[in-house]
Design a protein around this ligand. Structure first.
Ligand SMILES: [Zn+2]
Length: 107
């Protein structure tokens, strides 16, 4: 009896893990299914030329029809102010392949 409940608990744990992951992907407001207006990025990272921070391609704050920079303190439109990270890399060979979110890059 004790073995059964342990297995059931383990099963529930796994089930909730998958349900949690599923809802995380579907419900995450930062990951959207509407077309991304920012330029396509081969590295999957974009750089905001307003706040000079990097974020993942596909991340933004949706305000009306605008897709703004995902950083809450920045109101840049990613369609105009986001750059593919690899373009910044091309001008700055010392920058890492994978940028840090909390670092401000560029001038
Ligand atoms: Zn920004």
């Amino acid at each position: 009896m004790g073995g059964f409940s342990a297995a059931a608990l383990f099963g529930c744990f796994f089930l909730s893990f998958f349900i949690f992951n599923f809802f995380n992907q579907v419900m995450d407001p930062k990951v959207s299914r509407i077309p991304v207006k920012a330029p396509r990025s081969k590295s999957n990272w974009l750089w905001c030329s307003q706040c000079r921070r990097a974020f993942r391609y596909g991340e933004y704050r949706l305000v009306g029809v605008l897709q703004l920079c995902p950083n809450a303190d920045c109101a840049a439109d990613t369609a105009k102010f986001a750059w593919p990270w690899e373009e910044l890399l091309a001008d700055n060979p010392g920058y890492p392949e994978v940028p840090r979110r909390d670092t401000r890059y560029g001038k």
